[in-house]
Design a protein around this ligand. Structure first.
Ligand SMILES: *Cc1c(COP(=O)(O)O)cnc(C)c1O
Length: 448
């Protein structure tokens, strides 16, 4: 059964982020069912989805509450355009997002994927300054090793060379600040001291370029696609103050870290800041449907609000903007946060991940085990003392991927970084299984 499907797939499907030639030797896995943390392939093999299907799933596959909410909505309204029309799911979702996001975010603009939410924030920021007469503001400051998606605008403010370099000739000219990432801190320097020290370079860039800059774009606390690198919230506090001082917007990309992933509902809360734009997607619908939202402030909204003839309106739309099924999935997801002590339970699960990986800190081929809430990353390294990485061509992470699959666990390392980003319904026993498999995979991949 599997081989037939694989053959048909490889004849017509082009998979994302994949060298398709790999599939000459790397098995493609057709999935027929999901339930809870499990996904089941067409031959009946089960895998624990330890990466939440690319960080989107929060409460498991085929979650009964989200399923029934979508089914009920499906019989009422599957979709309608959002220009000139509206519907209850988008209204209620907007009210609730305004309530739960940081102070001052009061308007919701929808798109259907994370990259588009970033495009919206960039265009809105630029357009805000233009409407206010600041035509000179047209650049963005981004952070080294950041990731904001794959469309050209989002890619322009991203900085992971693998995704960016090929397309560099097509991209906007972005100003890049050094990352506050704590992986490279000196021994005996705290995360806080390191991230704080790294802010000096951002401050210098702001002071030099503020006049031509619309906004700073940043992933709060964790650079997920950038090898799960992490930093201290102090950097965000300093950045918020500096953006205010220099008259530059702050765009917080919480597409991956929003909805409880870092321990708080939104990562910005840990720095006690409120951005000018907040982009959300991924966990927004509990991992069910493509939906994203860019939240912003009244002040920004009102810079667009004028007589039609003045042509100040925001010009952006997607066919599926604010899709009712997506909004309904999002509402059902938020309901779970209300009905169950999700964040409290995650504290227990995060501690469990921490305790079970503590000994790996000493492993000769582990550079670091780092954690931020429900994200735990283990970075493999060739020479721990010299901090010499494995050459990327050796694809050691891929060995862990293959091994884990053979043991019924879906891990999808980024380079040499093995990480867990499980759905919140995972149990301590399942975490133990995942970590044992990861540990064995690391042994295998670092043996020679
Ligand atoms: C995944 C991701 C995006 C892009 O979202 P897509 O829905 O894949 O376009 C943007 N920013 C961050 C931080 C992400 O993790």
């Amino acid at each position: 059964m599997k081989s037939k499907l694989v053959e048909r797939d490889l004849a017509v499907v082009w998979h994302p982020c994949t060298q398709m030639k790999d599939h000459e030797t790397l098995p493609l896995i057709p999935i027929q069912r999901g339930e809870g943390v499990w996904i089941e392939d067409v031959d009946g093999n089960l895998y624990i989805d330890a990466i939440s299907s690319w960080w989107v799933n929060l409460f498991g596959h085929a979650n009964p509450e989200i399923n029934s909410a979508i089914k009920a909505q499906l019989d009422k309204l599957e979709h309608v355009l959002l220009a000139g029309f509206s519907h209850e799911p988008v209204i209620t979702l907007s009210e609730r997002l305004v309530q739960i996001t940081p102070e001052g975010l009061s308007r919701c603009f929808y798109a259907d994927n994370g990259s588009s939410a970033i495009e919206v924030a960039m265009k809105m920021s630029f357009h805000y300054w233009r409407n206010r007469g600041h035509h000179e503001k047209k650049r963005f400051i981004s952070i080294e090793n950041s990731y904001h998606g794959e469309t050209l605008g989002a890619l322009s403010v991203g900085n992971v060379p693998l995704y960016r370099e090929t397309y560099a000739p097509l991209l906007l000219d972005t100003i890049v600040a050094p990352s506050p990432d704590c992986f490279y801190r000196e021994e005996n320097v705290s995360w806080e001291a390191h991230s704080q020290e790294r802010f000096a370079a951002m401050e210098a860039l702001l002071s030099r370029h503020a006049e031509e800059v619309c906004a700073v774009v940043i992933e709060p606390l964790v650079q997920c696609a950038g090898y799960m690198r992490m930093y201290h919230p102090v950097y965000l506090s300093l950045l918020r103050m500096a953006c205010d001082r220099y008259g530059v917007h702050l765009i917080a990309d919480e597409i991956a870290v929003g909805f409880g992933r870092t321990g708080t509902m939104f990562a910005c809360e840990q720095a006690n800041i409120s951005p000018d734009f907040m982009c959300l997607s991924k966990g927004l619908t509990g991992g069910y449907l493509p939906l994203s939202v860019t939240l912003t402030r009244d002040e920004i909204y009102h810079a667009f609000y004028d007589d039609y003839e003045n042509l100040t309106a925001f010009l952006h739309s997607h066919s599926y903007t604010g899709n009712p099924l997506g909004c309904t999935a999002a509402l059902a997801t938020l309901d779970i946060f209300v009905k169950q002590p999700v964040l409290e339970n995650n504290v227990m699960l995060a501690k469990c991940m921490h305790d079970l990986t503590e000994d790996l800190q000493e492993h000769p081929h582990v550079a670091e085990v780092r954690q931020c809430g429900m994200i735990l990353a283990i970075e493999m390294i060739k020479d721990r003392k010299k901090r010499e990485p494995y050459p990327w061509q050796e694809r050691r992470g891929l060995k862990v991927y293959r091994y884990a699959l053979s043991k019924g666990v879906l891990l999808r390392p980024i380079g040499n970084v093995i990480y867990l980003m499980p759905p919140y319904i995972i149990t301590p026993d399942q975490i133990k299984t995942v970590i044992n498999v990861a540990r064995e995979g690391i042994e295998l991949a670092t043996r020679d």
